[in-house]
Design a protein around this ligand. Structure first.
Ligand code: KG4
Ligand code: ZN
Length: 347
């Protein structure tokens, strides 16, 4: 018998994503983004994002079905992001998914967005091995997950205590006068700079942090250190070597992310690492992860960037995994949860 056909809907932030997955095969991945509307505010405005999701939802569903040449009646299950994310945007997606589930009389699965970022890799690189590590890094999250079974057993080893990696890049971008979002601009400048020019602090890497925060991240001290360094130079009337600042800052972020992740792999005997989330586009992280994983004998899997930014495929992929694992469907009155725990795979 053919594997079930799962429709996935993602609306946790500013992308309206709708995708169809059968087994680990992606049939279509349609996306509409409201990013341009947010750029002029220098950040995501939840109400603007909610309105954009509302307007994009039906056209995006229709586009996905049309492009895949699939009729609604062929769908076996509906998966939707239940959290974490912005409450208004999440509610739009959940409402659409519930309506489809009722209308089609097919089961609903409310799933975890962050775990979706790890699961999407199965569509590209095939099933995850028995135990894998997942580093999910974006503007909203920086989390280290140990995945024993993507559908039923995920352990959160650590998370950021303050800013996410992409958020730290965006904040440093602002203080360097770069357009929003600053992350890709810093990446570009950093490639021209010297990463050893300035030794910026590596958060939570001191011996005293090993007991409680071995796998947690903190980037706000680093961001402040960059601000102080730039301020001191400016006050002294000196020019700012922007490329070197960008490179040294990016180096500090990549160093902490990769060092902690590889230490966790060693500690837990894991030899497969998935990196997901929009920040996985970062060149410094990619290079350092590739080098250090090769040295450590760890198989590194990073899906193409279009599957790393928020999308429907990641939610359809996780929906497909939980359906195939025989996980019970969600009830039709599930709430959305802006701070859904990362160990909760389905609600
Ligand atoms: O996953 P994503 O598209 O959106 C959410 O966070 O939900 O991630 C976007 C984040 C932004 O903070 C952006 O500045 C950062 O990832 N980013 C980058 C790069 N590309 C995107 N940061 C550094 N280097 C990049 N190449
Ligand atoms: Zn995300």
């Amino acid at each position: 018998m053919a594997e079930p056909l799962v429709l996935g809907i993602e609306t946790s932030c500013d992308e309206t994503g709708v995708a169809l997955v059968r087994g680990n095969e992606l049939l279509v991945d349609a996306v509409a983004s409201s990013m341009e509307e947010h750029a002029r505010y220098g950040g995501i405005i939840p109400e603007v994002a909610s309105r954009a999701h509302l307007e994009a939802m039906i056209p995006t569903i229709q586009k996905a079905l049309g492009d895949a040449d699939v009729d609604l009646s062929e769908i076996d299950a509906v998966a939707v992001t239940a959290g974490p994310g912005l409450v208004g945007p999440l509610t739009i997606g959940a409402s659409a998914a519930k309506a489809l589930s009722i209308g089609l009389n097919k089961p609903l699965y409310g799933v975890n967005h962050v775990i979706g970022h790890a699961c999407v890799d199965q569509l590209v690189d095939g099933p995850l091995p028995e135990r894998a590590m997942a580093l999910v890094v974006s503007g909203g999250h920086s989390s280290l997950l140990m995945v024993d079974d993507i559908a039923t057993n995920v352990t959160e080893l650590g998370s950021t205590l303050d800013d996410a990696a992409g958020e730290a890049f965006d904040k440093v971008g602002r203080l360097l006068g770069l357009p929003y979002p600053g992350g890709p601009h810093i990446d570009r400048l950093a490639r021209e700079g010297d990463p050893t020019a300035i030794r910026f602090p590596r958060g939570l890497t001191a011996a005293k942090d090993q007991a409680k925060h071995a796998y947690d991240f903190s980037f706000s001290g680093l961001k402040t250190a960059v601000a102080r360094w730039v301020e001191a130079r400016t006050d002294a009337g000196q020019a700012i070597p922007v490329n070197d600042v960008a490179a040294s800052f990016a180096e500090a972020v990549a160093d902490v992310l990769t060092a902690k992740t590889i230490a966790a792999c060693h500690k837990h005997g894991v030899d497969t690492l998935v990196i997901g989330g929009g920040f996985s586009a970062n060149s410094q992280l990619r290079e350092m992860a590739a080098k250090r994983c090769a040295e450590a004998g760890i198989d590194l899997r990073i899906p193409p960037i279009r599957y790393c930014t928020d999308n429907g495929a990641m939610i359809a992929a996780l929906g497909s995994a939980v359906v195939r694992a025989g996980v019970a469907p969600s009830s039709l009155d599930i709430p959305v949860d802006s701070s859904m725990p990362l160990t909760t795979i389905t609600v």
